[in-house]
Design a protein around this ligand. Structure first.
Ligand SMILES: O=C(O)COP(=O)(O)O
Ligand SMILES: [Mg+2]
Length: 222
């Protein structure tokens, strides 16, 4: 019997450029237990990934700010406060870095993401003043409310589907996965993970990105 999974997307199911690794299609659709996608991306991204993988739509988006389980969406965080930080950041010369269409934040409901090219010191300064935090996922800075975390989202999912978080295996690569690692029974950081994720994981893998993830999943299904 395979364990239920909680999987980060960027850096974990992808390569370094955020391109989905096609091996996800080999292993995830036929996984014989719940597969929860837990990401910093805005809500539509993991929903579409579930759709195209043929998985039920159970997702934790926006670092725990949006959770979809059993057809119900719940929210945590404060998009207005994050927007106020973004506005002040721009007023002080910052650039969110996504251009006019801003598909990164367009559908984001509980936080704001900023490009890694942005002025980090200025962003942290402004977020501090609004009592919000900034986390660096290796793909973007996220301006979010304290206490909104993927791990809290997973606890909510587990209550709804009547699973114990302890039964889950988690795989991830960054600071935003540490809270998940803390609540599951077994956690793996891929080799490209940041120091926070590596310190929180039960095991640090030798292989990076989907090479690492696939080796865990392939061993679990054997
Ligand atoms: O959106 C990001 O910055 C990172 O997304 P992830 O949590 O799927 O790695
Ligand atoms: Mg990641």
């Amino acid at each position: 019997m395979v364990p239920p999974l909680v999987l980060d997307i960027d850096g974990t199911l992808t390569d370094a450029q955020s391109r989905l690794d096609p091996r996800a299609f080999d292993v995830l659709p036929s996984w014989d237990a719940p597969v929860i996608l837990a990401t910093g991306k805005a809500f539509p991204y993991p929903v579409s990934l579930c759709h195209y993988l043929g998985l039920p739509e159970t997702v934790i988006a926006e670092n725990g700010g949006v959770v979809l389980v059993d057809g119900e969406v719940t929210y945590a965080g404060n998009r207005e406060a994050a927007q106020a930080v973004a506005d002040e950041f721009v007023a002080r010369g910052g650039d969110l870095g996504w251009g006019t269409a801003d598909t990164v934040n367009r559908w984001r409901e509980t936080e704001i993401a900023v490009s890694l090219d942005a002025d980090e010191a200025l962003l942290r300064d402004v977020a501090d003043a609004f009592d919000l935090e900034v986390i660096d996922t290796g793909f973007a800075y996220h301006v979010k409310s304290h206490g909104v975390e993927k791990g809290v989202g997973l606890e909510h999912v587990c209550e709804t589907i009547d699973y114990d978080p302890e039964d889950f295996v988690a795989i991830g690569d960054s600071e935003n996965d540490a809270s998940t690692f803390r609540v599951v029974g077994q956690s793996y950081a891929v080799a490209n993970a940041d120091e926070v994720a590596k310190a929180a994981a039960d095991e640090v893998l030798e292989e990076s990105y989907m090479d690492g993830t696939y080796s865990v999943l392939d061993a679990l299904r054997e």
